[in-house]
Design a protein around this ligand. Structure first.
Ligand code: CFM
Length: 555
């Protein structure tokens, strides 16, 4: 389908006939009741740099207005599904009604390869739940929880069990921590609980934080074995959706970089337990796991920096940053060799798709990091990320970490425990000195920093936090983008309006999209979707050229 947008070239945002985003914002707000409009106006931002070259402030991580259809999930989803879910050899037991366990079971395409750990344990194909009934809601569910832990232990003999609290558990006051402690003593394996009741916080983001705290308190640091390897890193916030982590592992290995642990794609709790022995933490998804990075730095002295392995350019930049960090000529040379080996195939694919995609618009509304990470990928195809937003990100994900000191801590955030972390008396070992750190900053290697999404988007783009169904439809109908990226809840309404829709959560059935081979996959996928003939057939033949036309008598 030929859309108005297709006529615009790269500089579309400055074209005279391009509908001004300010107009669209006004149009959206005019449909809301005044109170809602006031709140929403702070979440719909036209990204233009104003005075001091700063973009406007955005409101994020606040409650969704009741009645508005949002894309968000719950705290339990963030803790159990997102952070802990991809770990194959821990039994993740949902304490709650069966629906919570069932609908968080295998719905996220996080892949795993059990052959990479000697015991090959993999409980991910199973769904563990206490299947709470009215009985437990009235009389308490602790007894049933104890029995469930015992049963799981008897059948599987796992090395670790964790328990996730769902809404009713918090409401009736079951003490999962007392139960897990008692069972830990009884069974002699690591067992711990999460207070990740669905209603905590304002979205799944709260659950990430709860999961980070649990991992840090109960798992990280359990095994002090020092492994072989010249450059030992942890990969934080990579969940192996559609096999992304496999491709990243391939490339890092080729460069001679050892991954001690990935949190938590293709992971084992054995890797987590040992992760404090790494030299460096690389953060892929900042939103979901920055807490672990910060706490590991305080306790063990491991520095962190942000990388992005999505897009070929991102991959190369990140590899170079890692090599520069170590400053070892051997690694610097090896990284260049690997990039030179991988890039010809990437360029071939880019050159193939670019003429068909150049200047087209993409919109992406996903989670808390991908709406940013995929922009480079679209740029490589010549496309423009005109509108983007997160479901549950915080202001630092949009505007960068410099806003952190000004963040308001509201009642919903206060609900989530902040751990007090101190230097470990024996194991604290700062990997780099203050002087080296200064030296690195001078050379442009920024540690402990994230610039956020808005800084990397052109002027005149629209950024929307916690986008609603109505706002999505308005954007689509106004701009007719070449592709819209979001999740399953949005997929079919978008496709029905004639716009190709790519899921950036599950990747539909595709992937990997990370690394070099992933980028090639993604270019071809977008090209296939956007240039498919199917969109031409959206109107039935009789709608396009009616042979018979009728009028109502009153017309
Ligand atoms: Fe991080 Fe994620 Fe994301 Fe996320 Fe997610 Fe996901 Fe996501 Mo779906 S951890 S914030 S809670 S990158 S499940 S792998 S795709 S919303 S953008």
């Amino acid at each position: 389908m030929k859309t108005a947008i297709n006529e615009f070239e790269n500089n579309i945002l400055n074209a005279d006939d391009f509908i001004k985003p300010e107009t669209v914002k006004e149009e959206i707000l005019s449909k809301y009741p005044p109170k809602v409009a006031r709140k929403k106006s702070k979440q719909i931002i036209v990204n233009r740099k104003g005075a001091e070259n700063k973009h406007p402030e955005i409101q994020a991580n606040v409650r969704t207005i009741p009645g508005i259809i949002s894309q968000r999930g719950c705290c339990y989803a963030g803790c159990k599904g997102v952070v802990m879910g991809p770990t194959r050899d821990i039994i993740n037991l949902t304490h709650g009604p069966i629906g919570c366990g069932f609908y968080s079971w295998l719905t996220r395409r996080n892949q795993t390869d059990p052959s990479t750990t000697p015991d090959g344990d993999n409980y991910m194909p199973y769904c563990f739940s206490t299947d709470m009934q009215e009985r437990e809601i009235i009389f308490g569910g602790e007894k049933k929880l104890k029995e469930a832990i015992q049963e799981a232990y008897d059948i599987f003999k796992p090395k670790m069990i964790s328990v996730f609290s769902t809404c009713p558990v918090g409401l009736i006051g079951d003490d999962v921590h007392a139960v897990t402690k008692e069972m830990e003593e009884k069974l002699g394996i690591t067992i711990f609980g999460f207070s990740c009741e669905g209603y905590k916080g304002v979205s799944q983001s709260a659950g990430h934080h709860v999961a980070n705290n649990g991992l840090f308190k109960h798992v990280i640091g359990l095994d002090n074995t020092v492994q072989e390897g010249d450059y030992k890193v942890n990969l934080l916030g990579e969940y192996n959706i559609g096999g992304d982590a496999f491709e990243i592992e391939r490339i890092l290995k080729k460069c001679g970089i050892t991954i001690i642990s990935t949190f938590s794609g293709n992971s084992s709790v054995d890797f987590f337990a040992n992760s404090h022995t790494a030299d460096l933490n690389l953060i892929m998804c900042y939103r979901s796991i920055n807490y672990v990075a910060e706490m590991m730095e305080k306790k063990y002295g491991i520095p962190w920096f942000k990388i992005n392995f999505l897009s070929a350019e991102g991959m190369s930049k990140s590899l170079r940053k890692i090599a520069q960090y170590y400053g070892d000529q051997k690694l610097i040379d090896r990284v260049e060799e690997v990039i030179a080996e991988e890039m010809p195939a990437v360029m071939k694919a880019q050159n193939e798709v670019k003429p068909r995609l150049k200047g087209k618009l993409a919109m992406m509304f996903v989670g808390g990091s991908r709406a940013h990470h995929y922009q480079e990928m679209f740029r490589e195809m010549g496309m423009i990320s005109f509108s983007a937003g997160y479901e549950f990100a915080h202001r630092d994900d949009y505007e960068g970490r410099q806003v952190l000191p000004n963040l308001k801590v509201d009642a919903d955030s206060r609900n989530i425990e902040e751990l007090t972390v101190k230097k470990d008396p024996e194991r604290y070992n700062p990997r780099i000195s203050e002087k080296e750190l200064e030296e690195m900053e001078k050379n442009g290697i920024k540690l402990k920093d994230y610039e956020g999404m808005m800084n990397e988007m052109p002027d005149g783009t629209i950024v929307i936090d916690d986008i609603s169904q109505f706002e999505t439809e308005t954007l689509i109908n106004t701009y007719r983008p070449a592709v819209f990226c979001a999740g399953i809840k949005e997929k079919y309404t978008i496709q029905k309006s004639g716009i190709p829709m790519k899921q950036l959560h599950s990747y539909d059935t595709g992937g990997p999209y990370a690394g070099y081979r992933g980028a090639i996959n993604f270019y071809h996928e977008i090209d296939r979707m956007v240039n498919s003939k199917v969109w031409e057939h959206l109107k039935a033949p009789w709608e396009k050229s009616p042979e018979l036309a009728a009028k109502y008598a009153f017309e």
